[in-house]
Design a protein around this ligand. Structure first.
Ligand SMILES: Cc1ncc(C[n+]2csc(CCOP(=O)(O)OP(=O)(O)O)c2C)c(N)n1
Ligand SMILES: [Mg+2]
Length: 279
């Protein structure tokens, strides 16, 4: 077989992909994961891949449910979600994957929607071109176990209030004829949505995906109303350059070989601290 993909153990794809990306720097390594896979069993691996900035592209298909195992609640399911495993409603507060990734020092974080092929393609191209870890959250419908979870973003009418398309260097405006905009509240420093007028037009934030500070990207990641999904930013929230783990590791290996020559594994194992176990 000569496949371009491989299955790994549930939750451990970022760990396996880290090894692959670090040892085969000629490959473009992509992790395809779900909300359960990436954020439950694999939550630990995900955050460490992000902070290391391994050269990986992670596609997080978020359908807010465990689909494959037939409909248990996931770490992105809303509070009170009634599922087979939560017959009285789930008690857990959900993760916001974009906020989580930003908190884990991710250098590229984006969000897109499964049914918007043009937007999805554009975001994936940008992720592919990014050196380091790129996390792309893809809102995905599960038509069997969580149908309509993102309908507010897809229905042409409701999308006017729901979807904010971020474009680097452009004012953050949305709705019919860009009637609404995102401004920073002078009192709280937080972001909020206003109807744009000639008086407040210059206050509308200009999206800067390359801002060194992740503060505004974090605020944007939390702008959406969790119930109605109104004011959901999509697009690239953050894209900054940061040293890439695989490159740093390769440089260290080169330096070690220069200084000490190629290593001898048997000598290494027998050298330094060894113990004789007397039985
Ligand atoms: C080690 C291990 N534990 C549990 C499972 C069972 N399992 C398979 S898929 C899954 C969750 C899938 O949810 P998600 O990642 O959101 O993917 P979806 O099916 O929704 O696309 C679980 C718990 C497994 N396959 N392996
Ligand atoms: Mg899922």
């Amino acid at each position: 077989m000569n496949p371009y993909g491989m299955h790994s153990i549930h939750g451990r794809a970022p760990a396996i992909a880290t090894g692959l990306a670090a040892s085969r720097r000629d490959l473009s390594v992509w992790v395809v994961t779900g909300d359960g896979d990436a954020l439950s069993i694999g939550g630990n691996h995900l955050i460490h891949a992000l902070r290391r900035n391994v050269n990986l592209k992670i596609l997080l298909f978020n359908n807010r449910i465990y689909g494959l195992t037939k409909g248990q609640y996931s770490p992105t399911s809303e509070v009170g979600k009634i599922t087979k495993s939560t017959p009285m409603g789930s008690l857990d507060a959900p993760f916001n994957p974009v906020s989580l990734a930003l908190g884990a020092e991710a250098s590229f974080v984006a969000r897109t929607v499964d049914s918007d092929r043009k937007h999805l393609t554009d975001v994936l191209r940008q992720a592919a071109a990014h050196p380091g870890t790129a996390l792309v959250e893809i809102y995905q419908n599960c038509n069997i176990f969580n149908d309509g979870a993102f309908e507010a973003l897809k229905d042409r009418q409701s999308a006017q209030d729901a979807v904010i398309r971020l474009e680097h260097g452009q004012p953050i405006r949305f709705g019919t004829d860009g009637a609404r905009g995102v401004v920073r509240d002078r009192q709280t420093g937080d972001l909020r949505v206003v109807t744009v007028t000639p008086q407040n037009e210059t206050d509308v934030l200009v999206h800067d995906a390359h801002a060194a500070s992740p503060t505004t990207a974090f605020a944007l990641s939390r702008l959406a109303d969790p119930d109605t999904l109104h004011h959901t930013p999509i697009g690239v929230l953050r894209s900054v350059e940061r040293p890439v783990y695989d490159t740093l590791m390769a440089d260290q290996l080169d330096t070690a070989v220069e200084q000490h020559g190629k290593g001898d594994l048997a000598a290494l194992l027998a050298g330094g601290d060894t113990w004789t176990v007397v039985g």
